[in-house]
Design a protein. Structure first.
Length: 202
């Protein structure tokens, strides 16, 4: 999510509370978007800046634009350029790697082995979303899902916008997480795969 007027960019990593956050930031986002069963998604029609909308579409193409909700920091940097990108306050939320995968499993109703075999944009390393091509962090703040309520208050203060005091409960997982996601061997296998995240998120 990007606000050209308020100069902020939210890097929305799947299953980190981002849909709830963007539901309160929506009034400051100059776009019209369609919806589907999973909540707010993709193709933006930027209302107040047609030229910018055209630039995004031209740069990424319609297929990439369909994943606009989950653009990475590098995506925004590529289209805005460093000078313009640096004018924005950039932030994201991360989540414990294993509990995030369990949430993805419940949301997509998939077993962990199926998720591994199929591959998915959901399984993209969280670090990929907020680093550049040389693995440098290119956002200003990284908040945590585990302290969502407290961190939201900090974010609200930094944005200095007229936002509600509390976040709504949006887009929860209402399906049972596959039980194999709680087995030690499965957890340990994913810990190895996600070692980089564990080290960075401490």
């Amino acid at each position: 999510m990007i606000s050209f007027k308020q100069k902020f960019i939210h890097i929305h990593i799947p299953r980190t509370g981002g849909t709830a956050l963007e539901s309160v930031l929506e009034p400051y986002h100059e776009a019209k978007r369609h919806t589907d069963g999973g909540g707010w998604w993709g193709y933006p029609m930027i209302v107040d800046d047609v030229d910018m909308h055209n630039e995004f579409t031209k740069f990424f193409g319609p297929q990439k634009m369909e994943s606009f909700k989950h653009f990475t920091a590098q995506d925004y940097l590529d289209i805005l350029g460093k000078e313009e990108y640096d004018k924005y306050y950039k932030f994201t939320f991360v989540r414990h790697p294993i509990t995030r995968l369990r949430s993805i499993s419940g949301f997509n109703w998939k077993r962990p082995d199926t998720m591994e075999q199929e591959g998915s944009r959901w399984l993209i390393d969280q670090i990929y979303y907020f680093t550049d091509k040389k693995d440098n962090i290119i956002v200003d703040d990284i908040f945590k899902f585990e302290s969502l309520d407290e961190d939201y208050k900090i974010l609200k203060s930094k944005l200095n916008l007229d936002l509600p005091d509390d976040l709504p409960y949006v887009n929860p997982v209402d399906r049972k997480v596959d039980e194999s996601f709680y087995k030690d061997d499965v957890v340990n296998r994913w810990k190895i795969k996600l070692d980089k995240e564990f080290k960075m998120f401490n």
